[in-house]
Design a protein around this ligand. Structure first.
Ligand code: LLP
Length: 435
């Protein structure tokens, strides 16, 4: 269990000092609970082991993992930047007053409007994903009289052994310029020759939920090779190298989430060696973790609705949420750990399947949950749900999105209110002929 979770004398799961059953009663279920302390501790670790440890090193939090106005404020106060991937994320950061010169804009299908918004709002870096995007960016910059500071996203062609939906830097990826081939060189040439673009360097992000450092280190090798070639052939001095995120988090009871310096120390050592060998100055470095910062800081609370015991021993415990608030088990086969939040000290005598309430056989949150007997109204907590749950939530089956509560020492605040049924139809229109 994460360092912010405990059990009280009533045998209940305690979240950042708050009795989880009481939180569920006060704010309703399903409920996302995020620990401010746990998020800040991770940011602190990042500062200690990476930002403060190396010269010219910084980190941006990948907002796609979990982004709200309050999260932007936490990230800002921790001294991190933001990785944004859409106009909506950019709007969120801007609405929170986030210093956008510390943000960068990603994406393989950025629209002209998103590029224009990024330039107009002073986003620090645009990470260009293709030649056609580079052309659009030049047009947009020139029509607004601005200049864009860019990185080129490179797909290094490595396979980091994770779920195939979340690898991004392999050969044939939809992301970035393949390191082999002409398009990268052409983009470098074009960017260097453009009056609307300042080419600052390169970016790679090879995938998500990665536990071994090797693919990251190999990517550093590959990128430094390309940097040396471009310096030799085109005279390009790479000022900045963004080494992406993807640092894995363990969802099982054993919890062997790697320390982030297992990756960063190895990447930095290799980068320094390679730069020395190739006779280049080491560029500024950036990393962009998402899940590693926020996943373990989140728990989702549900209320048990039905318990169905089938002949043959299978027991389904159905709760009041499911793939609409956490699509990861059905989308990636992600395995979570669930606990009976109200009876943590009781013996686990049953093995049940924790089922979501969506109208899909695949809406199973946890298989093989070991638990004391559960009945209607009991609170179940699914652990380690801070990343890619709220941010990937939908209104499937017209389920209103749960509230998000930020638990801090001595206070628990709703940072995103629960959607109402009215919210579900807000803005919908019945055209005249159907009136
Ligand atoms: N940088 C870039 C360019 C990215 O595309 C991503 C994630 C990150 C950083 C942050 O990766 P992280 O440190 O969080 O692994 N929905 C999937 C994960 C998709 C990740 C997409 N890109 C999931 O729930 O597992």
């Amino acid at each position: 269990m994460g360092d912010w979770l405990a059990v009280n004398e009533k045998g209940r799961l305690v979240l950042e000092g708050w009795d989880s059953v009481e939180l569920a009663g006060r704010f309703g279920t399903p409920l996302y609970v995020l620990s401010e302390g746990a998020i800040r501790r991770r940011c602190g670790e990042l500062r200690e082991t990476f930002i403060d440890r190396w010269e010219n090193a910084s980190a941006v939090y990948a907002g796609k993992a979990f982004l709200t106005l309050a999260m932007c404020r936490i990230v800002q106060s921790e001294g991190l930047g933001l990785d944004l991937v859409s106009g909506g994320e950019l709007f969120t950061a801007s609405a929170a007053g986030f210093p956008l010169d510390r943000a960068l804009l990603h994406g393989n299908g950025k629209t002209g409007e998103e590029l224009a918004l990024a330039l107009a709002s002073g986003v620090g870096r645009i990470v260009v994903d293709s030649l056609s995007e580079l052309e659009t960016l030049e047009e947009v910059a020139s029509s607004s009289g601005r200049t864009a500071s860019v990185l080129l996203r490179v797909s290094p062609g490595v396979d980091p052994h994770t779920h195939r939906y979340i690898v991004t830097g392999h050969t044939g990826s939809k992301f970035g310029f393949p390191v082999a081939g002409d398009s990268l060189r052409e983009a470098v040439r074009r960017a260097m020759g453009s009056s609307r673009v300042r080419l600052k360097g390169f970016h790679f992000h090879i995938g998500s939920q990665i536990f071994e450092k090797d693919s990251h280190v190999m990517s550093v090798d590959i990128l430094t090779g390309a940097m040396a070639e471009f310096r030799r052939d085109l005279g390009l001095v790479t000022e900045e190298l963004n080494m992406g995120g993807g640092f894995g988090v363990d969802f099982t009871q054993e919890g062997r989430t790697p320390r982030i310096e297992e990756f960063t120390d190895a990447m930095m050592a290799r980068l320094s060696d390679r730069c020395l060998d190739l006779g280049m100055e080491r560029p500024r470095v950036v990393i962009e973790p998402g899940r590693w910062i926020v996943s373990e800081a989140g728990v989702t609370l549900y209320s048990v609705q039905t318990v169905k015991r089938l002949d043959g021993g299978l027991t389904y415990v159905a709760v009041d949420g499911g793939m609409s608030d956490n699509p990861r088990p059905s989308l990636y086969g992600a395995k979570y750990r669930a606990v009976a939040a109200g009876s943590m000290k009781e013996e686990a005598t049953e093995v049940v399947t924790l089922a979501g309430k969506c109208c899909e056989s695949g809406d199973i949150l946890v298989e093989g949950m070991r638990t004391p007997p559960l009945s209607r109204g009991d609170i179940v907590a699914v652990l380690n749900t801070g990343a890619y749950t709220f941010s990937m939530a939908s209104n499937y089956n017209r389920l209103p999105r749960p509230a998000v509560v930020l638990a801090s020492e001595g206070r628990a605040d709703v940072i995103v209110p629960r959607q109402s049924y009215e919210d579900l139809v807000r803005g919908e229109v019945i055209p005249g002929h159907l009136e």
